[in-house]
Structure formats: C-alpha cells, structure tokens
Design a protein around this ligand. Structure first.
Ligand SMILES: Cc1ncc(COP(=O)(O)O)c(C=O)c1O
Length: 252
C-alpha cells in the first residue's frame, strides 16, 4: 500500500502540475467513456499499474477540470493540497463518529473546530458548544439547510410536528435567487412547496427586508405560521449577499 499510495499521490501532483495544458472542458461525446468500459464486471482483479493506465486512457479525457486556473463556471470546487492529504488520513482512520464512544477524538476535534468557526465568523456565544449551541459538520449544503429547517420546524411547533406531523401552514422565506436546495428542503421537511415564499430583492439582489416584513405580516394575518427565513451569503447565480442583520431584525 505504501508504494501504491506514493504512486497515486505522484499521479495527482503531476496532474495538477500539468492541468493548464488541458482544455478546461472535456471534449468527449456522450457515451464515449462508457464505451471504453466493459459491459460486465470483471471476474478477476487487474494490476494496479493497469488501473492507473486506465485513469489516463479512459478517465482523464472525460474529465472537465474544475481545478483548472481558467475554470469560471458554476463555483469553485473547494480543494487544496492540505485537504487532499487530510482526506487520505481520514480515509485511513475510517472512523464512524455517531457517538463519542465510537471515536472520542472524532467528536471532540469536530466540536472544537466548530467552536473555532463560531469565533472566526464572529457569531454570538450562543452558537458555542459550551452553551445551547454547538455545530455538527454536514455532508452537503443541502443537508445542512434541511437540518436547520427541521430544527426550526420543531422549535416553532415545540416538537408537535415531530409527534403528530405538520399541522397548519408553516411558511419559509428565502431570496428568489436562493439555491434550489432551499425549496427542496421545504418539500422534504414536509411543509409543502406552497408554503415556500420567494422574497423580492433589493437593488443588490439580496433579500429586501421590507418585502420580507410584509410577506411575514401577510402570512400571519392569513393564519400561517412563519417558521424560518433562510439567508444566503453568496447566491449561486450572482454571488449576492442577503442583508443578514436586517433580516434578523425583521425576524425578531
Ligand atoms: C448557494 C448554494 N447553496 C446550496 C448549494 C447546494 O450545495 P450541495 O451540492 O453541497 O448540497 C449550492 C450548490 O451550488 C449553492 O450554490
């Protein structure tokens, strides 16, 4: 494993060093990569060298290079040398962190890192694990939004939804520029997409706090239960930043 591991790291380092020589976007046609793969799983394993050769022959031509310095589509695919090395170590340890006992260091390092993040972002002390707060790393932005929405749903309903299911119209507010994962969370959380409100924007394409205020008041008058406002720091299409402080004042 040591020798093959070194070989794999060399492959990645060489790839990154020569990435500028490649076109940013893959030139293959749909189906080209699949056509290079056997239709059925091989009955026997192949040598490591053959697998590495397949990476160059089959996989690399079909890669669109997100780490290319001329990559300007969508958003950055966050990675770095340190994070790649950390991934190797993390995979090597391969612990499950669902309980403190299943790996004390996993729980305690994660908790302390989350507290560091609270400090680095200048969040209030109530976000710290030493009080009622404390973060947990989520696997994607989508599941982080879903977790936060479910927490809000239960806080607003005092855990009635957890027991009896959704009663009433629990409304959720976000910018009309918000990522589709926000509305998806509203659906998965069982609130219903009819309860999702796209709030009008200000001239900077962030949520207009007055429009938010009006939308919440109108919903309250109609008997809805305003449950959560989801602000975005850097929307996907325009990198607009919702005015979090003004939104918080409306919520309070
Ligand atoms: C602003 C924003 N939120 C959420 C997401 C969803 O991210 P993920 O794929 O990690 O669920 C994206 C992805 O582009 C995004 O740009």
């Amino acid at each position: 494993m040591r020798r093959r591991g070194h070989q794999a790291i060399d492959w990645v380092v060489d790839y990154l060093a020569s990435i500028e020589e490649r076109p940013v976007q893959s030139k293959v046609e749909p189906g080209d990569v699949a056509a290079s793969l056997p239709l059925h799983p091989p009955a026997t394993g192949e040598s490591f060298d053959d697998v590495m050769a397949d990476l160059d022959r089959v996989v690399l031509p079909g890669i669109t290079h997100w780490q290319h310095p001329s990559w300007f589509a969508f958003f950055n695919s966050n990675t770095s040398g340190p994070s790649m090395v950390a991934d190797i170590i993390s995979s090597g340890l391969a612990v499950q962190g669902m309980l403190w006992q299943t790996s004390p260091a996993c729980t305690e390092v994660e908790t302390r890192m989350m507290d560091w993040l609270v400090e680095m972002l200048g969040l209030p002390d109530s976000f710290l694990s030493t009080g009622d707060g404390g973060g947990v790393i989520q696997d994607t932005a989508s599941s982080a939004t879903l977790c936060a929405l479910i927490a809000a749903r239960e806080q607003v309903s005092d855990f009635a939804v957890d027991q009896g299911g959704v009663q009433g119209k629990m409304t959720v507010y976000a910018s009309s520029e918000a990522h589709s994962s926000v509305e998806k969370a509203v659906r998965i959380a069982g609130l219903g997409s009819d309860q999702f409100r796209h709030v009008d924007l200000d001239e900077n394409l962030g949520i207009d706090p007055d429009a938010l205020d009006k939308a919440i008041e109108a919903d309250k008058a109609a008997g809805c239960i305003p449950t959560m406002v989801i602000a975005t720091i850097g929307t996907t299409a325009t990198t607009a930043v919702d005015p979090v402080a003004a939104i918080a004042r409306v919520c309070q």
